[in-house]
Design a protein around this ligand. Structure first.
Ligand SMILES: *Cc1c(COP(=O)(O)O)cnc(C)c1O
Length: 374
């Protein structure tokens, strides 16, 4: 028995619905495949669920970040403070609008960006700060909000992994001037292709993002390009499929949280052996990925493989150490906690259709690891 980290059967239960959706939209007289009434209905459903002013569905989580930065007028000469540990779009979106990413170190346990490191990175050129929720922990958004307000900079919330999470009663995505979601397959509200969304309470920002996603057009007059835009439009089949999957999201997230609770309970005693689970609790959590920190990470990964448990390393290297982003790293600056996280982090399967027996098997396999006495 092999338990894959990326399960191939995520959408098995929705196959018939998907075929029916493709047939219905594919054979409809309107032949509308992007930005039609299904996209509008999907945006409306998310708007209602989140209670925010606007939701704009777009081509991916990455372009959602780019569109937000463009809509905020961030560009050449500006700096954006981003985590030193996380996924590539945190840096590439900033660079793609002509601005400079400034990397801030993360917390060694939660792996989310440290507020005091963000504050230290703010300069006269800073246009925005862009914290990201990581794996199963949301960034310290109340402090980020306070920092953004006090320094007069915009707050972009990368909530690509945290849809459905909440901190102090406020949903992920709603803490920033704008937040983003990603619907790429592996995310908690993943889908059958590429997609993302921008969430905002600022109607002007929403209007601008809407124009930018479709070549700078206003949706009324075609071929009038008010601003230099992008192609980041949303697919109608995906919108309809996501509308079908939306009501089941809370139950899937609850199952993920249950699995995480169980893992954390089982793994807490392993700290003495150099294996540390994420912090327990439900507030400010998202359960996208369940990441352990292990002193002998590669040995643990091999050990799990011999027990038929596939695991995954997010991310093997800090952002400033990547060849693409190293030129933007400030000489002489170091991100020791990001380095440590890259060397120690290991993610376990946590998808909602794992059975209790499979979850126990995974936990047993981790607990069998001899680790390293401290
Ligand atoms: C996945 C992810 C993105 C990008 O989303 P895509 O839809 O894959 O472009 C951005 N930020 C974070 C933190 C992510 O995990």
């Amino acid at each position: 028995m092999i338990l894959p980290f990326f399960p191939p059967d995520l959408f098995d239960r929705d196959r018939d619905v998907l075929l029916e959706t493709v047939f219905r939209i594919g054979t409809a007289p309107a032949q509308k495949f992007i930005l039609g009434d299904r996209t509008a209905a999907f945006e409306h459903a998310l708007r209602l669920q989140l209670g925010c002013a606007d939701v704009v569905a777009c081509g991916s989580g990455t372009t959602a970040l780019t569109l937000v930065l463009r809509a905020m007028g961030v560009g050449a000469g500006d700096e954006v403070v981003v985590p030193a540990f996380g996924c590539a779009p945190l840096a590439s979106s900033v660079i793609s609008v002509g601005a400079t990413p400034v990397f801030a170190d993360v917390h060694p346990w939660t792996m989310v960006v440290e507020p005091y490191e963000v504050e230290a990175a703010i300069s006269g050129r800073t246009a925005a700060i862009m914290p990201a929720h990581m794996f199963s922990v949301m960034a310290d958004m109340p402090t980020m909000r306070e920092l953004a307000t006090r320094h007069g900079v915009r707050l972009v919330e990368d909530s690509a992994v945290a849809q459905g999470g909440a901190l102090a009663g406020v949903p992920a995505g709603r803490w920033g001037d704008a937040g983003v979601f990603s619907f790429v397959q592996v995310k908690t509200f993943g889908s059958i292709g590429e997609g993302g969304a921008v969430v905002t309470d600022d109607p002007e920002l929403g209007r601008m993002v809407r124009m930018l996603r479709n070549h700078g057009q206003d949706g009324q007059t075609r071929f009038v390009h008010h601003v230099v835009g992008h192609n980041s439009r949303f697919d109608e089949v995906m919108a309809d499929f996501q509308l079908h999957r939306l009501p089941g999201l809370p139950a899937r997230l609850r199952r993920r949280a249950e699995i995480a609770d169980y893992y954390t309970e089982r793994f807490t005693p392993l700290v003495e052996r150099g294996v540390q689970p994420p912090p327990p609790g439900r507030d400010g959590r998202c359960f996208y990925v369940y990441s352990l920190l292990a002193d002998r990470r590669d040995d643990l990964k091999r050990h799990l493989a011999t027990r038929g448990v596939d695991s995954h390393v997010y991310y093997p290297s800090p952002l400033p150490a990547q060849p693409a982003f190293a030129p933007y790293a400030r000489p002489g600056q170091y991100w020791p906690h990001a380095e440590l996280a890259s060397a120690r982090t290991l993610a376990l399967p946590i998808y909602p259709h794992l059975t209790d027996a499979q979850v126990e098997h995974i936990a047993d396999a981790v607990c069998d690891f001899p680790g390293s006495p401290r």
